[in-house]
Design a protein around this ligand. Structure first.
Ligand code: TXE
Length: 500
């Protein structure tokens, strides 16, 4: 695509073997009850990597049974919190030791650039587990000053069996966001991976058992949404379900939870996040960050800054520079050094993105660069930039989940606040300005779960993340997410002497 682009013929052999393809139930790798398997593909070429056991309702039942027993009778919720934290810390040490193999497996199955996976994602995952290990022995209740002659206290107890369903865009990061807090709080888990990316969770969960995790505490089911996923969300013995994925599937999860046992639900869903560049912003920095806000991870981020709003006075300069930056983006084999963008996850996503691009052209937006597939093999797409995008075009309202930047022009703060908020989503926003009052006004006015000011995609284990509106329910990461995995028990007992 650009002069820096690599040739697509050079497909590199990943420096890793697939070791685990079965389901992980009660500490053992086992076949699916049905004996069925499904293929997982290399998105660089569409070639088969391997076949993986296909879990469905019966396997979910087996896994939930194991998790229930491990919760009701096993050592995990009963051991000291310090013992639990030591196991999670030991797991983090093993992640560090096997960092490069894990990263290679993740890149092979998902197409993410290996340099980033190895140097950022797996280290961040390790950091997340250490963060949550640190919480394990710091979870405690309160003494409550109630009226009357009563001693009142609260106990913060684990919620029980947590069901977790994760997507394919960050297979291991989503695993960490979900498994880390659930286990730190003393719960047991049944996690269903995305059908596109089953491999890395199996590999790291084996390491968790090597670190001393008792059997049944963490069960991993590979399989499809309408079978395995739906069985988990409707299971009567699951106390809580945590889901990351599309808004449409999030609605189904909520419905299945309410139709079964009213299990607690947290949802992390889609977005169409505004990235607002004011006239006084540092334009070069804003161009670079707006670019990575859209194109990072092949555009497959729930909080991608996918509506780039630019002030009319800096609009033309911004378009020129954004176009030039997109043309310099290095697309190619994600195992190659220096590659910024690998393939999309699969054919369906690849085709969906190309159809969004066609809709952008048909609706009258100006295609500045890109717009087509990159190369002839695999699921690569050219970094694409649209200008003259209008609020009601599908490319400004629908989640594209691909390397497509939609740039819109705005007049003043009132204009951009009203338009940025005119979305059914409310996940994140970026604000670029050197004026503190402008930054504060925007930060307070935007109805989103995260506002990044003069930065974007700053993810830290301690920073809560989640959506307003149809972007989700609840928060993940940080101290806030512990509540998702805890029950509060109020304990009331009489006092002999009311004065005490
Ligand atoms: O998502 P799904 P898909 C968005 C993005 C993407 C679109 C479709 O716009 O283009 O969703 O992707 C499981 N019961 N996001 O179809 O279906 C499924 O097996 C229970 C945003 O892949 O939401 C997988 O494990 N589970 C997003 C998980 O849900 C079900 C990340 C996500 O798949 C199920 C991914 C069912 N009936 C896609 N149906 C984000 N927020 O980051 C599916 N699943």
């Amino acid at each position: 695509f650009s002069t820096a682009a690599l040739t697509e013929e050079e497909v590199i052999i990943p420096p890793v073997q697939v070791e685990h393809t079965q389901l992980l139930i009660n500490g053992q790798f086992v076949d699916a009850a049905s004996g069925r398997t499904f293929p997982t593909f290399d998105p660089r070429s569409g070639d088969l990597i391997t076949h993986v056991a296909e879990g469905d309702e019966e396997d979910i039942n087996r896994a939930v049974f194991a998790a229930r027993e491990a919760f009701d009778d096993g050592p995990w919720p009963r051991m000291t919190a310090y013992e639990r934290s030591k196991i999670i810390y030991r797991f983090a040490d093993l992640l560090e030791k096997h960092n490069d193999e894990i990263a290679a497996l993740e890149t092979w199955d998902s197409g993410k650039p290996y340099e980033h996976t190895a140097n950022v994602e797996i280290p961040k995952m390790t950091r997340l587990f250490r963060y949550f290990a640190g919480w394990a022995d710091k979870i405690h209740g309160l003494t409550v000053p109630a009226d009357g002659p009563y001693h009142v206290q609260t106990l913060h107890e684990p919620i029980g069996v947590a069901g977790q369903i994760i997507p394919w865009n960050f297979p291991l990061m989503m695993y960490a966001w979900k498994v880390g807090p659930a286990l730190a709080c003393g719960n047991t888990v049944v996690l269903k991976t995305a059908e596109h990316t089953p491999l890395s969770a199996l590999y790291v969960s084996k390491l968790f058992h090597e670190a001393g995790l008792p059997p049944g505490v963490l069960n991993i089911i590979s399989g499809f949404g309408p079978t395995a996923g739906a069985a988990l969300a409707s299971h009567m013995d699951v106390d809580k379900i945590a889901f990351t994925g599309s808004t449409g599937t999030g609605k189904i999860i909520l419905e299945l939870a309410s139709k079964s046992n009213l299990k607690a639900v947290t949802l992390e869903l889609g977005g169409k996040s505004p990235f607002i560049v004011c006239e006084d912003a540092d334009i070069d920095k804003a161009v670079e960050l707006a670019h990575s806000a859209v194109f990072f991870n092949q555009g497959q981020c729930c909080c991608a800054g996918s509506r780039t709003f630019v002030h009319e006075r800096v609009y033309d300069e911004f378009i020129e520079k954004s176009k030039a930056r997109a043309m310099r983006r290095i697309v190619g084999d994600p195992f190659k050094k220096g590659v910024e963008q690998g393939p999309q996850i699969d054919k369906a996503q690849f085709e969906k993105i190309l159809s969004c691009i066609r809709s952008g052209i048909e609706s009258g937006a100006t295609l500045e660069t890109g717009g087509e597939r990159f190369g002839t093999k695999g699921y690569f797409i050219q970094p694409t930039v649209f200008s003259d995008v209008q609020d009601d075009m599908a490319i400004a309202t629908e989640e594209i989940f691909g390397p497509v930047q939609s740039i819109l022009k705005f007049k003043d703060l009132d204009d951009v606040i009203q338009r940025a908020n005119k979305s059914r989503y409310g996940l994140a926003a970026g604000v670029f300005t050197n004026n503190i009052e402008t930054a504060n006004t925007l930060m307070r006015s935007l109805r989103v779960g995260t506002v990044w000011i003069n930065c974007y995609f700053v993810f830290d284990a301690a920073i809560p993340f989640g959506g307003y509106k149809m972007s989700g329910k609840g928060r993940e990461k940080g101290a806030y997410c512990l509540n998702n995995y805890l029950q509060v028990k109020a304990v009331v007992s009489p006092l002999k002497n009311p004065a005490w």
